[in-house]
Design a protein around this ligand. Structure first.
Ligand SMILES: Cc1cc2nc3c(=O)[nH]c(=O)nc-3n(C[C@H](O)[C@H](O)[C@H](O)COP(=O)(O)OP(=O)(O)OC[C@H]3O[C@@H](n4cnc5c(N)ncnc54)[C@H](O)[C@@H]3O)c2cc1C
Length: 372
């Protein structure tokens, strides 16, 4: 088996690392620098519970399974590289600030309880005991003590190292221009105008996954860019927030590197990567309403990324009816969280032909069935 992965984001790197660990011949082609796309801009929340609305329970189960796999994932990375990436159980508060918010949270809380999740309802003052920097306007909150987070930027660097240590070949500044398919078989890819022979290709090109030439129209993953802007402040003695706060329309995430990440916008703006005054103003205003002490914190950076959003906002993981063509894309708002399940399960499927049941319903087939 000779495998090419298109895209060196967190998904391409982690699937590539797992395949290389199994002794397979794997190359990742990244058109710029690996780990600089959405995966770099992300906040790094591993929060299946906080993210959960009333949507598909299958998606929640996939997210929860991936969170359970994280300790094994980072342990394996440690044994390959000697670098420890911590999964931090910061816990997450979802506060409400008026009756409308609080009623909405109550419904979310009841739903979580009904499906058996570990959540606690807090009064405003109980919430402030857990996170003293929360606004005194807080009227009630959901406390999710086992949602976690990770330093996604460190994770990307370590994944890159692990992939190469395990024998993978990483080609940066190498754009895949075309996938060559003959009949129902993969033949290879074109890079810088040259044909390169491969029998297996994994499309992990994030929000650009639909743009790669050569994929038959019915198999093009329906993935679009969903712009996210995020601002990092530097924590200091005036604000020592320690819990993740997910307020209405904004989250505040204290990172172990001393940043406070405030995010994120969700915008349909095509491939526009410009930060804009209006969205940053809105994030800061909402953030300040939830945690007033951010007011004097220095601004460190503004990052913009493009989430790969599929038509139903669920990931596309698995094979296709072209032999050797696989997809690992469309991870939308949960790509960091879904990294272990994507990497472990897809690499097992490709190398041993064993498809995990947890991936049922997440294939590209769900889209082309619709149109047949
Ligand atoms: C602001 C923001 C906050 C987020 N917060 C979180 C969070 O807290 N938790 C969470 O789980 N998720 C979060 N996400 C979502 C997460 O970042 C994404 O789901 C994830 O990074 C997708 O990873 P990827 O590898 O598919 O895409 P990317 O990281 O975008 O990587 C795709 C790569 O493919 C390359 N590429 C594209 N076309 C080609 C080609 N033709 N040839 C070669 N290379 C190509 C690109 O250059 C890019 O490097 C957030 C996203 C944003 C934008």
């Amino acid at each position: 088996m000779n495998i090419a992965i298109i895209g060196g984001g967190i998904i391409g790197l982690s699937v590539g690392w797992q395949l290389a660990k199994k002794g397979l011949k794997v190359a990742i082609y990244e058109r710029s620098k690996a780990g600089q796309g959405a995966s770099h801009a992300a906040a790094g929340m591993l929060a299946p519970q906080a993210e959960m609305g009333f949507e598909d329970i299958e998606m929640f189960n996939l997210c929860r399974k991936s969170l359970e796999m994280y300790p094994k994932f980072v342990d394996e990375l440690y044994s390959d590289t000697g670098i420890k990436v911590e999964v931090e159980k910061t816990g997450c508060i979802l506060p409400g600030f008026d009756r409308d918010d609080t009623e909405r949270l109550r419904r979310l809380f009841d739903f979580r309880e009904k499906v058996g999740l570990d959540v606690i309802w807090l009064t405003g003052s109980e919430a402030r005991e857990i996170e003293p920097f929360l606004s005194p306007r807080c009227t009630g909150a959901i406390w999710i003590y086992d949602d976690a987070q990770i330093n996604n930027r460190l994770l990307l660097n370590v994944l890159k190292k692990a992939f190469v240590i395990c024998g993978g070949k990483l080609f940066e500044d190498h754009e895949v221009e075309n996938i060559n398919i003959e009949g129902k078989n993969i033949k290879g890819i074109y890079v810088h105008g040259s044909f390169l022979n491969y029998d297996t290709v994994i499309v992990a090109a994030g929000s650009w996954s639909k743009q790669i030439n050569g994929i038959p129209e019915y198999l093009q993953p329906p993935v679009r860019p969903v712009k996210g802007q995020i601002i990092s402040l530097r924590l200091n003695e005036t604000c020592r927030i320690t819990k993740v706060v997910r307020a209405p329309d904004v989250y505040l995430l204290p990172k172990s590197d001393g940043r406070l990440v405030i995010g994120a916008s969700v915008e349909e703006m095509g491939y526009d990567l410009n930060p804009t005054a209006g969205e940053i103003y809105r994030l800061l205003e909402r953030g300040w309403q939830a945690v007033p002490a951010i007011y004097d914190l220095p601004i460190e950076s503004i990052d913009v990324g493009l989430r790969p959003g599929s038509r139903d906002h669920m990931p596309i993981i698995g094979n296709s009816d072209v032999n050797g063509l696989y997809f690992a894309s469309g991870h939308y708002r949960n790509g960091i969280l879904l990294t272990p399940v994507t990497a472990f399960e897809l690499s097992e499927w490709i190398s041993a032909g064993i498809k995990s049941e947890i991936l049922n319903g997440f294939g590209i087939q769900r889209f082309y069935k619709e149109t047949v």
